[in-house]
Design a protein around this ligand. Sequence first.
Ligand code: PEP
Length: 248
Amino acid sequence: TSGPRPLVAGNWKMHGLTASLAEIEAIGAGYAALGASVELVVCPPATLLAAAAAIAARFNLGIGGQDCDAQASGAHTGDLSAEMLADAGASYVIVGHSERRAEHGESDALVRAKASAALRAGLTPIVCVGETRAERDAGRAIEIVERQLAGSLPAPIAAERLVVAYEPIWAIGTGLTPTTNDVTSMHAAIRARLDALVGASAPTRILYGGSVKPSNARELLHAPHVDGALVGGASLTAKDFLAIAEAA
Ligand code: PEP
């Protein structure tokens, strides 16, 4: 990658009990040894956020939430606001992950509201987009992702505090990945949209996500227009996650 410092973010999804804080500690210690050429962030479940943030602060490791509500506070039982995540020590939040879009029916408009809420709270939103297998097979992947971007990016955009993650749904947790060429074309299309929206020197980073592991990280992360990775399964162990960070 050239340009911005690469970002490698780990999405723990619904994994992790207090015993897993030892893994945060191991990731932090390994990260400190690695040097700061890459920015590293872990997004644990909300129950571990505050404790993880206390550990991560010792190592300059970033912490993020996995979702946030669009409202700052109010009668929304069970939901967490971006302000609460920031208060617990997060500096990032994933919004619009395909699992939330699918399992919770999140629309582009809702994802945009959440991304805007993240900016309001001082967090950097990681806005996820990506096509299904059927959409890719139909030759519509770029069109679908452009439509998601048009609907999901925060308004107004704070280009320096925005991350886009391209995650083809069929590549998440499957061991399948797009070809490097397909990743490059998609990232180039996303970059062109960001250029059109916020100007050609926008520092917004575009991450690839979907079955990134130590063995494929170098090739995927060094593809043109790829500024880092969003990592699910392989972020759960310090060994794999650090190997991916090293490959960036
Ligand atoms: C994800 O869910 O964001 C993800 C990329 O998962 P995995 O790396 O496990 O495919």
